[in-house]
Each structure stands twice: as C-alpha cells, then as structure tokens.
Ligand binder design. Structure first.
Ligand code: LMR
Length: 337
C-alpha cells in the first residue's frame, strides 16, 4: 500500500522534472474574434453565439470564439477594414455593405422587390450564384463561408409613408449602398448613409426622419420608440455573408478548419431556420408596445412602390452586372415594370 503510494509519488516527481509545467500545459487556443453590429437577440446575434458554442465544443477547446455584438468593437466600415488587416477574424456583414470592399455585385441583394420570399432568395444564396459571389471575395483577401438570413424590410418614419408623395422631403437613413441610395431617391426622399450604431440617436434627435430595416433590427434597437409609423412594405431584403480573413483561414490546421466548417454549416441552418420566426416575433412585440402605428399597403399602393423603385434596378444594372441581374431575375421571376 505504502510502497505503491511512494512509487506514484516518485513517478510524478520524475514526470514533472522531465516535462516542466509550461511544456505540459495545453497549447493556447486559437482565438477567433467575431465582430458584428447588431443585438445578441437578432437572428445574426443568436447564430453567432450558436457558432461559438459549436466551434468550442467540437474543437474541445482548441478554438475560442469571442463574439463582440452591437458594434462593441467596430462600426460598419471599420469592421471591414479590421477583417482585412487581421484585427478580427470573422464578420457577418450585411450584403449591402460589400461594395465597401469593392465587390459591388453583392448590391444585387438590395434591389427592391427582387425577392418575394425566403424561398426565392435561397435559390440564389444557397445555389451556384451565391457560391460564385462568395468566390469573388478571395481577391480581396477574404474567404466567404455562408449566407445568413435576416429578413424583409419595413419602412419607418414619423409620418405615414403610404403614397409615393409621402416620401417627399423625408431624410432616410440607409446602409452604404448605391442601390439603396437610388431606391430612396426614386421615391423622392433624401438618403443618408450612416453606421447602424448611430441610427437610434439620429432618429431620436431628428438628424434623419426615418429608415428601413427588418423588424428584428428595428425592435432590438428600440427604433419603434422614436418612430411613429411603420409601413409593412417588405420592399427589400437584408441578409449577411459570413466572412473570414483568408490568410487566417488558410493557416488553420486542416482538422480544425474542417470542424469549423461543420460548425458553420449547422449555425447557418440554425440562422436561416430562426430568421422568419424571429422577425415575426419582433413585429408582434413592436405592435404590443403600442409605440408606433402599423401601416399596410393596398395591392395598388404596393404596385406603385414597386414601379417607382424599379428605377433603382435600371440605374444600377450596369454597375452590378447586367448578366448577373438578369440571371437572378430568372431565378426569382422578377419582371421590371
Ligand atoms: C444596417 O446597417 O441597417 C444593418 O446592416 C445592420 C445589420 O447588420 O443587420
């Protein structure tokens, strides 16, 4: 009994001498900083947290994912630069912001009324066109991993926006996208590009009169508290591409990369499964708050919006790539007026 204990002691002393503590310790984990600009409870926020969980569990701690939500680390433009410089490793930027990287084809997703529903959208994002677009990022030092859904946008303001003439004189915040700029100008409004993190205050102080966003963003940023009217227009789509610094990704051990790819695949399914429900719930919560009034469009009014906004298609078709736009029209059945 005693002999055994002495033996064990001796073995552990010898082992400690042969392998000093610092060599015996597990290697430091690979850290992935994942920055995004929205609240944790949005579809993107939840999917980022789910990816973290899967990645850390499946790599058994060899990878640590640190998620920075709500523009804690960087705002819209800065996060793109940070990714290219390697200051963060992963983002899920809105497709509307990819022209900031010089890849303007992504603005195709901003074309108003292009997608009527998630099914039409997925034909593009989950098919060969989506893959081709992600491949275009490689030349910018970025590797595209997946598309994550958010949803279809509502228009909000402090006056009811129903007929086209209602937009006249309205200053409306947009994301950094030439297509969204054209869309607002076609309506007769004045677009103003602004970082997402500045929108609430700009609405509150009247720097802008209104904006467009899916309900999940509107609700989690409390925009409804400073917007009297919300038009349920579903006039355009807002979603994301999950992207990584290419050098970082290529430099990962192959087994780790494969595990992370599987975690991303499952996080993508999760994101796209919850997006619609989450937006529906956000809308219901806004309604319940009683802070803003909902406006629905008649079929004729909606047709008028579509017809008016079609100018954004015509004005940007050449910029985005006529062939690409027409290819997507074929997938979704969009027909210009
Ligand atoms: C916005 O700026 O309105 C959105 O891109 C925010 C986001 O990431 O959903």
């Amino acid at each position: 009994m005693n002999l055994n204990r002495n033996c064990i002691c001796l073995i552990s002393v010898v082992a400690t001498m042969a392998f000093p503590m610092n060599l015996m310790a597990a290697p430091a984990p690979i850290v992935i900083k994942f920055s995004h600009v929205v609240d944790r409870h949005t579809p993107k926020g939840q999917a980022a947290d789910y990816f973290k969980k899967l990645a850390e569990e499946r790599t058994k701690g060899r990878v640590k994912v640190v998620v920075y939500p709500d523009s804690q680390l960087y705002k819209d433009k800065e996060e793109m630069e940070a990714l290219q410089l390697g200051a963060v490793q992963m983002l899920a930027s809105s497709l509307s912001k990819f022209a900031l990287l010089g890849v303007k084809e992504f603005e195709v997703f901003d074309l108003p009324f292009l997608f009527d529903n998630y099914q039409e959208l997925h034909k593009v994002t989950q098919g060969p066109i989506g893959a081709r677009l992600l491949a275009r990022l490689e030349q910018k030092g970025i590797h595209g991993l997946a598309y994550w859904d958010n949803g279809f946008k509502v228009m909000s303001a402090n006056k009811p926006l129903k007929a086209i003439q209602d937009f006249k004189g309205q200053k409306l915040r947009i994301q950094s996208s030439k297509v969204l700029d054209s869309q607002m100008r076609a309506l007769g409004a004045t677009p103003q590009i602004m970082a997402f993190s500045d929108v609430y205050q700009a609405l509150q102080t009247g720097i802008v009169n209104g904006t467009e966003n899916p309900p999940s963003n509107l609700h989690t940023q409390k925009m409804h508290e400073v917007q009297k009217y919300i038009t349920l227009s579903d006039h355009g789509y807002l979603g994301y591409a999950v992207i990584v610094n290419k050098k970082f990704w290529a430099g990962l051990p192959a087994d780790i990369r494969a595990i992370l790819e599987s975690a991303m695949k499952d996080a993508t399914k999760y994101a796209n499964d919850i997006a619609k429900r989450d937006n529906d719930e956000a809308l219901a919560a806004v309604k319940k708050s009683g802070k803003s009034q909902f406006i629905t469009l008649t079929a004729q009014e909606r047709a008028q919006w579509k017809k008016t906004m079609d100018k954004a298609h015509k004005d940007n078709m050449g910029r985005i790539g006529t062939e690409l736009v027409k290819e997507i029209y074929k997938e979704t059945g969009y027909s210009p007026d």
